[in-house]
Write a protein that binds this ligand. Structure first.
Ligand SMILES: C[S@@+](CC[C@H](N)C(=O)[O-])C[C@H]1O[C@@H](n2cnc3c(N)ncnc32)[C@H](O)[C@@H]1O
Length: 176
C-alpha cells in the first residue's frame, strides 16, 4: 500500500492535473470555463483507478470532480465557498434535466424578458458600464428581472441550469 501511495502521489504531481483547457472539449465541463478547475480526464483516471465508493471534494470549484464521479457512477460530495462558483457547479450537476424542460424554462425567461421594462439600480456599478454597452445592459437587466421573477416557479435543478446558461452567455456579450 505505501508503494502504491508513493506512485500515486508522484503521478498526481507530475501529470497534467491543473488545466481546465482540455475540459473545453468535453460535454458538461465545457458549459462554463473555470480556469482553476482540474483536468476532468485526469480526475476520471484517478477515480477509475482507485474505485472509491464515495468521493469528497472540499474545494469543489465548478464541480469537475463531482461530474467525473457522476459519469463513473460514483457517489460524490462537493463543498464550495464562493456562492457564484457554487451555483455554476450546481448548474453543471443538473445535467440530467431533459433538454425539452430546459428549453421550455429558458424560452419562458426569454419571452418574459422581451416584454418587461428594465428596472435599473439607482447607482450603476462602474465595472458593469465598463464591461457592457448601454444597449447590452438594458437586455441584461431585463433578463435578470425575468429570471428572478420566474426562478421560484422552477425546480432547483432548472433554476441552477438556467442560471448557468445565462451566466455563460455573459462572456460573449462583453465588450471586446
Ligand atoms: C483550485 S479550485 C478547485 C477546482 C475544482 N476541484 C475543479 O476541478 O473545478 C479551489 C476552489 O476552492 C474554493 N475554496 C477556497 N477556500 C475554500 C473553503 N475554505 N471552503 C470551500 N471552498 C473553498 C475556491 O473558491 C475555488 O473554487
Amino acid at each position: 500500500m505505501p508503494e502504491f501511495r508513493n506512485d500515486f502521489q508522484s503521478r498526481a504531481i507530475t501529470e497534467r492535473t491543473g488545466t481546465f483547457t482540455d475540459n473545453m472539449k468535453l460535454p458538461i465541463h465545457r458549459w462554463f470555463r473555470y480556469s482553476a478547475g482540474f483536468s476532468a480526464t485526469w480526475v476520471e483516471g484517478i477515480i477509475a483507478e482507485l474505485q472509491p465508493k464515495t468521493v469528497l471534494d472540499p474545494f469543489a470549484g465548478s464541480g469537475t470532480i463531482c461530474i467525473a464521479a457522476d459519469k463513473l457512477g460514483v457517489n460524490s460530495y462537493g463543498i464550495e465557498a464562493h456562492p457564484f462558483v457554487y451555483r455554476l457547479a450546481q448548474g453543471k450537476l443538473s445535467w440530467e434535466i431533459h433538454t425539452h424542460e430546459f428549453l421550455e424554462a429558458i424560452t419562458e425567461i426569454k419571452n418574459l424578458a422581451a416584454s418587461i421594462q428594465p428596472k435599473f439600480p439607482d447607482k450603476m456599478l462602474v465595472l458593469l458600464s465598463k464591461c457592457y454597452t448601454e444597449e447590452v445592459l438594458i437586455h441584461l437587466f431585463k433578463i435578470k428581472q425575468a429570471y428572478l421573477e420566474l426562478a421560484p416557479t422552477l425546480s432547483e435543478e432548472l433554476q441552477s441550469l438556467t442560471f448557468l446558461a445565462i451566466s455563460a452567455t455573459l462572456r460573449c456579450l462583453c465588450k471586446r
